[in-house]
Design a protein around this ligand. Structure first.
Ligand code: AMP
Ligand code: TRP
Length: 328
């Protein structure tokens, strides 16, 4: 069975972009693939979050994944820092990737432009991500469009390591959904939707239905009053069409044919999104009443993950010439 691996940062609440661009396909993959999913708390450390918040957000992210439909009997879900293998292989991969390659990453450029303090960890972030992926002999990495460059770099790293030290890693490919891969901000449709949930351009997965409806009603469109799917010249309207299409399993162009005015398009998009979010919100409320159960599920997940990760790390260590930890 082909293996799927993906990760999500525990940084605040999840938004509609995370759900449509990533989580929904994660849930779908677990039925026909060996699915491994990870809350990447070590990646979150790159931007020095408050420790209490990081702790809460890690449990909240796992709760959200289970609520969105990740089934602990079908998938392996765990927290990255529970396995020391991730950080250990990341070091070996940092020694495999070039400074220039890391410097070209657009996510690094964006994040470092916006922060006062730029950690070495933020720079090396894609090597840790490559470690996550390669430890599990991953075939497919379902992510939103913004992660395409990181997965491509992971392939380059795997190839270089295999060339230098002999066949060690499986070559992964990204799997980017056709709709929902780029959910844009409702107020600034030139920017992707991101985790600033106070913003009226971002829709939180746990947001109240009235608030969701209000945000769609106020979504920025344009003044030519024509419903047409054309992300380049009509980003606001195309984003609404993309969200409605992705929420209902249709194509944005087909959806566009049903509308002549912006008002009904906004109202129907809000309704479709609320319908999608309602059961997730309900399950989240149920599951959060028992955080002990979440940590128990995560610990079982970590045990399953370790079996695969430890063997891959051992192979990488041996091929690179690190002597065994203990005599064999
Ligand atoms: P992050 O929230 O950055 O940890 O991203 C988690 C997953 O959600 C990744 O697979 C991203 O590609 C995806 N994602 C984040 N923002 C968006 C967005 N605005 N549209 C589509 N996918 C997204
Ligand atoms: N960098 C990814 C993001 O911001 C999260 C991530 C970490 C990830 N490790 C991964 C995604 C491994 C896929 C595979 O969304």
């Amino acid at each position: 069975m082909a293996r799927v691996f993906s990760g999500i940062q525990p940084s605040g609440g999840m938004h509609l972009g995370n759900l449509l661009g990533a989580l929904r396909s994660w849930v779908a993959y677990q039925h026909e693939h060996d699915a491994v999913y990870c809350v990447v708390d070590l990646h979150a450390l790159t931007t020095a979050p408050d420790p209490g918040e990081l702790r809460d957000n890690t449990v909240a992210a796992a709760t959200m994944l289970f609520s969105a439909g990740i089934d602990p009997d079908r998938s392996t879900l765990f927290v990255q820092s529970a396995l020391s293998e991730h950080a250990e292989l990341a070091w070996m991969l940092e020694c495999t990737v070039g400074f220039g390659e890391l410097r070209r990453m657009t996510q690094f450029k964006d994040k470092s432009d916006r922060s006062e303090f730029v950690s070495a960890g933020l720079f090396a972030y894609p090597a840790l991500q490559a470690s996550d992926i390669l430890l599990y002999d991953t075939d497919l990495v379902p992510v939103g469009d913004d992660q395409r460059q990181h997965v491509e770099l992971c392939r380059d790293i795997a190839e270089r390591f295999n060339r230098r030290y002999g066949d060690t890693f499986t070559m992964p490919a990204h799997a980017i959904p056709e709709t929902g891969a780029r959910v844009m901000d409702l107020q600034n449709p030139g920017d992707k939707m991101s985790k600033s949930l106070e913003s009226s351009g971002t829709v939180g997965v746990l947001e109240e239905p009235e608030s969701v409806t209000r945000k769609f009603k106020r979504a920025v469109t344009d003044s030519d009053n024509e419903v047409r799917y054309d992300p380049a010249t009509k980003p606001g309207v195309s984003n609404l069409l993309g969200i409605l299409a992705s929420s209902t399993g249709r194509s944005p162009r087909a959806v566009a044919g049903d509308y002549t005015r912006y008002g009904p398009l906004k109202a129907d998009t809000a309704d479709a999104v609320n319908e999608l979010l309602a059961p997730i919100r309900e399950r989240y409320a149920e599951l959060s009443s028992d955080p002990g159960e979440i940590t128990r599920l995560l610990s079982t997940g970590a045990d399953k993950a370790r079996e695969v990760a430890a063997a891959t790390l051992e192979r990488a260590r041996d091929n690179a010439g690190l002597i065994p930890r203990s005599p064999t």
